[in-house]
Ligand binder design. Sequence first.
Ligand code: NDP
Length: 618
Amino acid sequence: MMYNPTQCPPAAEIDIPAIRAKYRAERDRRLKKEANDQYVPTSGKYAEIYEHDPYNPVEPREPILGETDVVILGGGYCGMMVAAQLKLAGIESFHNIDHGGDFGGTWYWNRYPGIQCDNDALCYMPLLEETGYMPSKKFTDGHEIQAHCRIIAKHFGLYDNALFHTLIKTLKWDPAINRWHVGTNRGDDIKARFVVLAMGPLNKPKLPGIAGMDDFRGKMFHTARWDYEYTGGAWGKPELDKLKDKRVAIIGTGATAVQVVPYLGKYARQLYVIQRTPSTIDFRNNRPTDPEWFKAQKPGWQEERIRNFHHAAMERLAPREPDMIEDIWTELSRNCNAELEAEGWPDITPEEYARRREEMDYRVMERLRARVDAMIEDPATAEALKPYYRYLCKRPCSNDDFYPTFNRPNVKLIDVAETQGLERLTEKGFVHKGEEFEIDCLIFASGYEVTNDLDRRWGIDAIEGRDGLSIYDYWRDGFKTFQGMMAAGFPNMFFTGFTQAGANATNSKTFIDQGRHIGYIASEALKRGAAVVEPSQEAQDAYIAHLRSVAVDNSAFVNECTPSYFNNEGDETKKRHIFGEPWGEGYYAFEAMIEGWRAEGAMRGLVLTPETALEPAE
Ligand code: NDP
């Protein structure tokens, strides 16, 4: 089959049952009985990998023992959106507390060469209308996104009370004063009326548990803490000239590695790319934003674009709805609609649409596999780099330089699918199928703690609500929340992201909406003279019952995928996975539900206790 970068082969030209069987076989051979336990946390002897900041020195400061209205754990997109919404709701007294040295979260820590957002910047970057900011191109560079984070922080005056290079270690509810005690690694003990957890889903790097990890004597680092001292170059200037006499191995071929590998291949003397599961990698088609187009946009354009993206990527485009995004995320919807249009928009059932979409999925994946053949000279390497799973089983990538890197004489793919990882590390390098490969440097592009237990992921020693109840114990078997953002027994505490809310993975609208909701509840509680706001058990139970009654069971799709953090590393027995328990009626139905709840103004389901009703001190 000839490769055409934009056209999928017709269904009649491909053997779908055979491909389906191949997908199953590829999944089965990657299932590891250890599942999540195959990874080593970046704590204990590996804590330094997570805790150090290679970019900015940690300045000494005195511990803070003061009081504030709100502590927001996190200064990434979510933490900033919550802070901005608190300001808009009239709350001025708060701290964003972050482990990093500035705002940005993942965009603070990730400075690896080639870093760009894989999503349409006009959807992904928040508050473009509010800040008047025009992203320079469709897939924006990491340093531009970080600069925009600083613009947002200045716009909303968030720097005044931000505490950087500070890790929250304990959060304990004190009923005697109706405040949270916030303890940090800097000796702080801050009393906060409210606490918002906004640590993001991908904040703690993880390492593969390879035998002999401690034997290796060369350089090791994780992509989220790129060591430009060692590699040469700088953030935004990826000339890695110090690697020219170095033998480098990188573990992983996920979204991060796909961006890094072309730079390592270009500069390192020798590069080994250690791959267990290939990514889907389309052509990039990155392009500058047209300033005239940008200027001509009417108020509300970003919301409209995000909604269109959401339809196309996460649900389905309505008949005749245009695809404004036009990239790999929206291809299935776009192609399905193009066919329906050609047929004169027949009135089809949801089941028929699902059937067509599944067929389109096989066709798009065939196109992507043909792309590998078209770009890679060595047939065995090309075969190993072909992804065999349904589209969206893994985060889709687009990159023009990744595949050509494998045509360089200094680059070798080490395919560890069959052996489920490397055999071991040694003092001098790694062993694969009995052969030792000597290296100077090992780079982990091995991802983040996403599906492990929360205490391991969050790295906070204790989060204790009423009667010392630990959130880790309370949620051990799954989330229990009201509206995904509060929990009975944890007064004045707010959660964000993927819990039991309608969270949406690929843009920051969720954070803005959650921030708005949290800002509303906190400010209303203050206005109404309440010291404590907490869901009633009854309201929480009813919320969960409703959430489950409208849940959409996508396990048939997810469980057929090759293992990854999207599906609990293939472990079907554990319920919790990255997306928590999303609102089955869809994101916009969730948004309408919480907006309607706010419009009622009754704070239905929440119990407000006045400041005077303090529990007696023990
Ligand atoms: P991922 O978790 O997506 O990938 C980790 C990689 O490490 C996988 O290829 C995995 O293989 C591999 N791996 C893990 N253990 C081993 C092992 N023992 N041997 C060999 N390989 C191993 O992490 P990333 O950092 O790539 O991406 C994480 C997320 O960050 C993305 O999904 C995305 O959400 C985000 N991201 C976003 C970007 C953006 O543009 N907005 C850019 C980069 C990242 P296997 O698949 O077999 O488990």
